[in-house]
Design a protein around this ligand. Sequence first.
Ligand code: UT7
Length: 328
Amino acid sequence: MSNIGTRLIGTGSYMPDMKLTNEMLEGMVDTNDEWIVKRTGIRERRVAQNTATWELALGAGERALADAGLSAAELDLILVGTATPDFFTPSVSCMVQGKLGASRAMAFDLSAACSGFVYCVDVADSFIRAGKAKNVLVICAETLSRIIDYTDRATCVLFGDGAAAAVFQASESEEGVLTTYMRANGTLGECLKAQCLPDEDPLDGSPRAVCEQRFLHMAGNEVFRFTAAAVPEAIDAVLHQGQMTAEQIDWFVLHQANVRILQMITSRYGLDPEKVYVNIDRYGNTSGVSVALCLDEMRKSGKLKAGQHIVICGFGGGLTYGAALIRI
Ligand code: UT7
């Protein structure tokens, strides 16, 4: 094991101004504030209007760099986790790299949907431990509103747009990211699917399959069942690998998919509810953005303190899941 650690040195976020409230949704589909709050914990979410994913990503990235006191020229790697890139190519990360003027940085996108941030943290940690990067900018950015059917109450009440970022830096000692556990279960991929490409023969244009899923579709109950097993599996693994108990953890920062999942984890580990960070009420499910957004809020409000141990955990599209144990 190398004597290099991966420290979190800055965070930032860039959320669209437009708030789509439960009351507004009541006028759009057959739903109501009471159902949404009781079944999900969500009160409002943000929607990006006339803003590309890369623009949100750039805003979050700039703020995280400013918080870290780092210039773009010092970056070795820019990673963007997104399920809603603007183009097949260039990637969101290359758009950001160019706009930032991060002249020395390698840049690529990572597709792990709601696990995007924890997957990116694992990749950033791997590059740093291998000595291939010293400064890494991780950004998660989504414009999920582009793939949401606002006549489908099963999904349109859940998801929101936004971007959040974190800067990681190589440190001399074993600190920062202590251990990680990343997994996928592609056999369940159909449970959360958006199929944006026309599926037709490239030469004669004849349809190969009906493109049913222009919009995001989620088999909510099946994903919930998956989550109920995957999240404890990932948390147990990082606690075990890091030789720590749940009581020793200062914060659990989980993907904000449903407040009932957060409550399930709180009771399973017998946690003080104050230790499980919640902001789903204000932003809904922002896919990979959510964990980074929580970290940014916690850092800015002074909740994250040096020496604390936190567990971050992501789960969702792919299906993917993972967790990391981090010393702040
Ligand atoms: O980010 C990736 C990871 N995502 C997750 O982990 C999400 C996991 N899944 C969930 O969070 C939940 O399954 C949902 C929030 C998506 C759905 O909650 P649920 O408690 O599982 O509801 P349900 O789908 O079982 O539906 C219960 C009832 C149904 O009516 P009937 O059949 O009982 O009459 C639905 O038609 O609620 C109805 N319903 C709604 N009613 C009002 C579904 N959506 C709505 C709605 N407003 N928006």
